[in-house]
Write a protein that binds this ligand. Sequence first.
Ligand code: AMP
Length: 405
Amino acid sequence: MNFNNFAFHPHINAGISKVGYVTPTPIQARTIPPILAGSDVLGLAQTGTGKTAAFVLPMLQRLMTGQRGKLRALILAPTRELAEQTHVAIKELGGQTGLRSISIYGGVSTVQQKNRLRTGVDIVVACPGRLLDLKNQGAIDLRNIEILVLDEADHMFDMGFLPDVKRIISAIPEKRQTLLFSATMPAKVHELVTKIMDHPVTIEIDIAKPIDAIDHAIYPVDQVQKLDMLLYLLGEHRSNQVLVFTRTKRRASKLAVQLSQAGVSSTSIQGNLSQSQRQKAMNAFRKGKIKVLVATDIAARGIDVMEVSHVINFDVPDTADAYTHRTGRTGRMDQTGTAFSLVTQEDLPMVHAIERTMGKSLERRRVNGFDTILKESKKNNTVHKNSRMSRSKNRSHYQPSAKHS
Ligand code: AMP
């Protein structure tokens, strides 16, 4: 299977060649045909599967015919980063099409966004809050929307955007094509699907399971040892760019300072930063000027850095889904990735929940000088017995080897 099978317009094929895609990913192979046929599509796919191009390419194809400069496609995204990243994907894939896209999100002045809208655009990628503001000010006309995409609908719900999304939907024509992408399907999102979609074709790609290209392991620690363990792991592993997750914004900024003091180039992104500060931090990380980016779950949404070699959970996440999202930042496409978690005794119930979701155990690794032993009750150990944990049992004073770097 290659992209020629879809018979895209030559200007779209030119964009695909330019970005270097050769083979469609599974979500692309399965969603592009029904989208081209005009169906509503519900795509259950986690981040890193290629879902952006799965909706952008057929959307561009549809927009190739019809009036230009009229807003016909709207993509809603939960975060500015994701909106910006999708806008960039449209610019790259649609570079030859002459179709115009803009991104709209809060935290920056509305003036430029309004000016761009006035000049006529075909596609808007927006965060719900700012889009509603502009709509209420009469600065955006949603009456010609033919395609609506809701990206990362589960995050949209997590972040409390569903009421805004519903308001936006009530302002766009009922006769339209609706595409919804979500890694998970909480009840609220399911309810939305049944309300706003018309007999959607449902395509599910490995829902809520971290991709196999990732090597997962946990390192037992006491809370006070976490910084030392992180420094050890950063030193031991030939890691390129590392994304470290903390539970809170405060811990993220504190940790970035501590790492810098220890000689590891690092910065943090958290919700408190202005848009330009976030962009600056992201760019420095993307370009490899900074080795470690420390982030919270919310701040990390939409981060797309192909070079992330390691995701390290300095703090274990609150849900198994969050673990999937965090670790999905590494091992993208045909790269392999590594996901480490620093685990205290209190984190064990969450580790077991993650293992149940994944259907396999996370390898326990111990390091000389870090003596913490997790007390695991027998009844929780069923997953571990059959899998990698039993193989690693004898490595009580395990030294990471190049294989794991
Ligand atoms: P996404 O899930 O849309 O965030 O995509 C994850 C990454 O995969 C992005 O960096 C895309 O540029 C890349 N990608 C998407 N589709 C393909 C493809 N068919 N071949 C190679 N890379 C792709």
